[in-house]
Design a protein around this ligand. Structure first.
Ligand code: MG
Length: 454
């Protein structure tokens, strides 16, 4: 069997179980060997283990002759932007994104700031397993440079892509919930520079994530919703642990999944870029198709995974993409998901249309969605998926990634998570009752197949 270390978004594991400092040093050697003595940027999120792993990674990289530009704690999209901005050969981010606090991980980016493609992951995995490391003599070791105060470069770049004057005029009141993640050191400052009155919650960087889990799932964002209502804010925005995703709350205190915020931005972009190509993974709502049909855009479906989406955007020249989990990709800035630019774009849309966020949401076609998940060990996933493909052949379906079944004007997407030992079941329909019944049907199907496969 092919031995793999990289999942959907880099390498992830539980600290000091799957992911130890010894492992990270060895990965540093494998990654540094791949970059062959290049200049790399490195940064990390605010997890309790991130500094430790960043130092272990630097140790491996420098041993191979790579020089390292250390930006310290920074959002994943800032690290990606700065890699391209400083014209470096690549970068490494120590982060486990939205995973619970006991996890950490490693993401590797190319010189274009986008995570490396699968074929390069294979080369690094081969270096790791074969232990073919480029360990250089003492006089050829890489250097370590501390790069302080660079986050402003990232924030200034975002501001160049939105109408700052139009946003400033509105003096929006915005609640920001970075969930104690690294968004705490960028988004509140960005929005203040856009003339907003910013109120923050869970906004001290804390790797224990004491206030809520790092995943901006709606059930984790009740404090954001109640704060938006209490302070009569125009908008609320929450990030995941590394601030590449944004989930929005409208002025009535209603939280919205990324499908809706993504569709609002998609509509705005298609009005100014008619005929544009929108890349989106199979996990997206039918909304993406409805908006493309109504405003003239072309849809390209992909497998789930931000790397696949980013690389496909480059391939087909797409300006914009989004994921249901709150990932917004805006290519004029960088075709990677970015929590900061999505908040800025949403404010620009509100300012330019003169509409509230709830009005913008209410203008969209209505779908009801139910998101559920069921535990399934990583070993069992392939077996369950094979059986799922057999059992569902009678339905109209997409098998690009997991199985997406189209039933009664609704859909159920059943797919194994690439980062966690779970199957995700996303259901969608025109009524709430139908969405629930589709979800129950999908959950029962997977539960039975997991039992049969054990
Ligand atoms: Mg993330």
């Amino acid at each position: 069997m092919e031995r793999r270390l990289f999942g959907t978004n880099g390498i992830r594991g539980v600290v000091n179980q799957d992911l130890t400092s010894e492992f990270v040093v060895k990965m540093g050697l494998a990654i540094g060997t791949f970059f062959n003595g290049g200049q790399l940027l490195i940064g990390c999120d605010g997890r309790t283990s991130s500094q430790l792993f960043k130092e272990a990674m630097i140790s491996g990289l420098v041993s191979t002759g790579c020089s390292v530009h250390d930006v310290g704690c920074a959002p994943t999209p800032a690290i990606q932007f700065l890699t391209k901005h400083f014209e470096l050969d690549g970068s490494v981010t120590i982060t486990a994104s939205h995973n619970p606090p006991e996890y950490n991980g490693i993401k590797v980016n190319s010189s274009d700031g986008i995570e490396i493609p699968r074929e390069d992951e294979v080369k690094i995995e081969q270096n790791y397993f074969n232990e073919t490391f480029r360990q250089v003599p003492w006089n050829l070791l890489g250097k370590v440079y501390e790069r302080k105060h660079v986050l402003n470069i990232y924030l200034d770049a975002i501001k160049r892509h939105v109408d700052v004057g139009a946003i400033k005029k509105e003096h929006y009141r915005v609640v920001v919930d970075p969930g104690n993640g690294v968004g705490t050191i960028t988004t509140p400052y960005l929005l203040r520079e856009l003339g907003c009155e910013v109120i923050t919650i869970n906004s001290n960087l804390d790797g224990r994530f004491p206030s809520r889990l790092p995943e901006p799932a709606l059930e984790n964002l009740k404090d954001l919703a109640s704060t938006v209502k209490a302070v009569k804010a125009d908008m609320g925005v929450a990030h995941d642990g590394d601030a590449d995703r944004s989930i929005f709350c409208d002025e009535t205190g209603t939280l919205h999944w990324g499908d809706k915020s993504g569709a609002i931005i998609q509509k705005y972009i298609l009005k100014t870029h008619p005929g544009a190509t929108i890349v989106t993974p199979v996990s997206s709502s039918k909304l993406v198709e409805d908006i493309a049909e109504r405003y003239g855009g072309k849809i390209v479906w992909t497998k789930v995974g931000s790397i696949i989406v980013s690389r496909k955007m480059l391939e087909v020249g797409s300006i914009f993409s989004y994921e249901e989990n709150g990932g917004i990709f805006y290519a004029p800035h960088l075709p990677v998901r970015d929590g900061g630019i999505s908040a800025a774009l949403m404010l620009e849309i509100m300012a330019k249309t003169g509409k509230t966020l709830s009005q913008l949401v209410n203008e969209l076609p209505k779908y009801y969605a139910v998101k559920a998940k069921i535990k399934c060990s990583n070993d069992l996933k392939p077996k369950v998926l094979d059986r799922l493909l057999e059992e569902t052949s009678k339905y109209e379906r997409l098998t690009l990634d997991g199985v997406k079944l189209f039933i009664d004007n609704g859909s159920i997407l059943i797919r194994p998570s690439g980062t966690e030992p779970i199957f995700r079941v996303f259901s969608e329909a025109k009524t709430e009752a139908k969405a629930k019944s589709l979800s129950e049907f999908g959950m029962k199907l997977v539960r039975d197949l997991i039992k049969k496969s054990q």
